[in-house]
Design a protein around this ligand. Structure first.
Ligand code: TYM
Length: 331
């Protein structure tokens, strides 16, 4: 069975982009692959966090993994800091990553270009930690949204470099990016990615949003004056984004079928259909989320997940340290 690994960094509440671009696929793939899904809490602290809020977000992230359908009997679900090897291999990967490579990472470059102050060393080197997350488990595939592709490509480069230098250490992973929904855009500005750091809060639908609020956000989504439900991300980015959302939430309905259904109808009808699909999905997730919070599933899932993940990670780290020559007494 091929192995798959991915994670989410809950620096805020999980949103519809995280679900459509990533989480939905973790769930789909868990039957076919050996799935490792983790909560990237080390990555969270690369930007300032309020400790109480972070703790809630981490708990909600596990609960939402489960509520969205990840099954702890099939997938290994764990918290990154429960497996110390991530930090240790992260440092080793960092020592094999060139400054030029880190300088090319668009996420850091964008933050710098936006004039954000007090960016941390952790944020700068975070792609090396992400590389460690992946190679620690010899993942064949990494299902992610479009924005993480560059980081998986860096992982490949560093893994190949280390394999060449020390002998076969890591499997070289491939990013898995969905054809539809890999970059869900903000509802208030369809030229910007939907993200947790949406200041207006109108463009981002959180998985735990109140249903009325979520419906309002969809109904208020920025569209265009063309007046036709047609998939054309360049000229109709708002409508195309809503089509991606609708398709992803309704068993990947083809765009031409959606276009045919709304032929001759107004944007109001179309938005109502999108809002219905969004609210139906949120309601299903939120009902399950409440049941999970009332149970002990989070504790048992994380304990099992940490044990399973640690067994794989510790063997890999030992192999790497030995190959590099970092041990005095070899085991
Ligand atoms: P993060 O937490 O920013 O996002 C989690 C996942 O959600 C996807 N995503 C989106 N997909 C579609 N549309 C959007 N608007 C959207 N916003 C986010 C992301 O592409 C991602 O797949 N560095 C990672 C976390 C991480 C990781 C890893 C992932 C740490 N180590 C190892 C895979 C493997 C991150 O910050 O994702």
């Amino acid at each position: 069975m091929k192995r798959m690994l991915s994670g989410i960094k809950p620096t805020g509440q999980l949103h519809l982009g995280n679900y459509i671009g990533a989480l939905k696929h973790f769930v789909e793939y868990q039957d076919e692959y050996e799935m490792f899904a983790f909560i990237a809490n080390l990555h969270c602290i690369t930007v300032p966090q309020d400790p109480k809020e972070l703790q809630t977000n981490l708990r909600d992230c596990v609960a939402l993994y489960l509520a969205c359908g990840l099954d702890p009997k099939k997938a290994t679900i764990f918290l990154q800091t429960d497996v110390m090897e991530h930090a240790q291999l992260g440092y080793i990967m960092c020592c094999h990553t060139y400054l030029g490579e880190l300088n090319r990472m668009t996420q850091f470059k964008d933050k710098q270009a936006n004039g954000e102050q007090n960016l941390t060393g952790g944020l700068y080197t975070y792609p090396a930690l992400m590389a460690a997350d992946i190679v620690l488990y010899d993942a064949d595939y990494v299902p992610v949204g479009e924005d993480q592709k560059q980081h998986v490509e860096l992982t490949r480069d560093v893994a190949i470099r280390m394999n060449n230098r020390y002998g076969e250490l890591f499997r070289v992973p491939e990013p898995l990016i969905a054809k539809v929904g890999a970059r869900i855009m903000s509802l208030s500005d369809p030229n910007k990615k939907m993200s947790k750091s949406d200041e207006s809060n109108k463009g981002c639908i959180y998985l735990l949003d109140d249903l009325k609020a979520a419906r309002k956000k969809v109904m208020g989504a920025v569209t265009d004056s063309v007046g036709k439900v047609h998939y054309d991300p360049v000229n109709q980015p708002g409508i195309s984004n809503l089509m991606q959302i609708l398709s992803s939430l309704t068993n990947d309905r083809p765009f031409d079928e959606i276009e045919a259904e709304f032929e001759g109808k107004g944007y109001g009808d179309f938005k109502r259909a999108v809002a219905d699909a969004v609210c139906a999905k949120l309601e299903e997730i939120q009902n399950r989320y409440r049941e999970i919070l009332a149970s002990d599933l989070i504790e048992t899932t994380l304990a099992d997940g940490a044990a399973k993940a640690s067994a794989v990670a510790s063997a890999k780290l030992a192999k790497v340290q030995k190959a590099i020559g970092m041990e005095i007494i070899t085991r």
